[in-house]
Design a protein around this ligand. Structure first.
Ligand SMILES: C[S@@+](CC[C@H](N)C(=O)[O-])C[C@H]1O[C@@H](n2cnc3c(N)ncnc32)[C@H](O)[C@@H]1O
Length: 165
């Protein structure tokens, strides 16, 4: 996460829910409905202000690189970059990542980290904004060996339900 992006989200944090909750809510509910409530640890990668936990009640460990965004969240949270997760390998049964892969950086480091921390067979519910190019994300998921179960067309995002090999 670049310092510029972190600073932008730190600044945006107090207004984020007012500006974006209505936009994020349908995507969050759709992804939540498609992921089984697997026993074990579930991650919310790029959790922001914690809308997923607040809107669905799902127990998640929220991870984000913006201290301002996480300060608005409730429940367990960790300040960290998605490209370097402070978690052991194979620890999570499932992970959400909703509109959090942002900017021109390659999605590979963050998706490789998601792969590393998921247990074999672990679930990934991922979306990216249509303003980003989804093609590198789709290609990277395939290159990493994720099994793509569903492609999703979700308003201003596109998404995938995938499982770790
Ligand atoms: C558009 S918000 C989405 C937040 C939340 N998932 C939602 O649906 O409301 C993007 C979030 O991803 C976080 N983020 C983006 N890139 C990140 C990275 N490399 N490491 C950690 N957090 C990152 C930002 O700090 C921000 O909170």
């Amino acid at each position: 996460m670049t310092p510029w992006l972190r600073a932008a989200y730190d600044r945006e944090a107090p207004r984020y829910d007012d500006r974006f909750e209505a936009q994020q809510a349908p995507k969050i509910h759709r992804l939540d409905g498609l992921l089984p409530s697997a026993p074990g640890l579930t991650l919310d990668l790029g959790a922001g202000t914690g809308l997923l936990h607040r809107l669905t009640g799902r127990a998640v460990l929220q991870i984000d690189g913006s201290v301002g965004m996480l300060a608005q969240a409730r429940g367990p949270r960790v300040l960290a970059d998605l490209e370097r997760l402070p978690l052991p390998t194979g620890v999570a049964a499932a992970a959400f990542c909703v509109t959090a892969l942002i900017g021109p950086a390659s999605p590979l480091p963050a998706l490789a980290e998601a792969l590393r921390v998921l247990t074999p067979g672990g679930w990934l519910a991922l979306s990216v904004s249509r303003h980003e190019d989804p093609e590198p994300v789709a290609r990277t998921l395939a290159d990493l060996g994720f099994h793509i179960l569903q492609h999703l067309d979700m308003l201003d995002d596109v998404g995938w339900i995938a499982r770790r090999p």
